[in-house]
Design a protein around this ligand. Structure first.
Ligand code: SF4
Length: 60
């Protein structure tokens, strides 16, 4: 799975609240790709809850 933060992230922190291992906020969200395995559902949930649809999840 590939998780990408797109333009438009407001740094609201909602994704980090769902999974602070994968998502880190530093004015905008950043993804620690090494933490995605085993946390795929949290990545999908974060993408669904992101208020500006800034999380792109690609299931490869
Ligand atoms: S939930 Fe969306 S807008 Fe909020 S910090 Fe995460 S990526 Fe950015």
């Amino acid at each position: 799975m590939i998780v990408t933060i797109m333009d438009g992230c407001t740094g609201c922190g909602a994704c980090e609240a769902i999974n602070p291992d994968v998502f880190h906020i530093d004015s905008t969200a950043h993804v620690d790709s090494s933490k995605i395995p085993g946390n795929e559902q949290d990545c999908i949930d974060a993408a669904l809850i992101c208020p500006v649809n800034a999380i792109w999840v690609e299931d490869i």
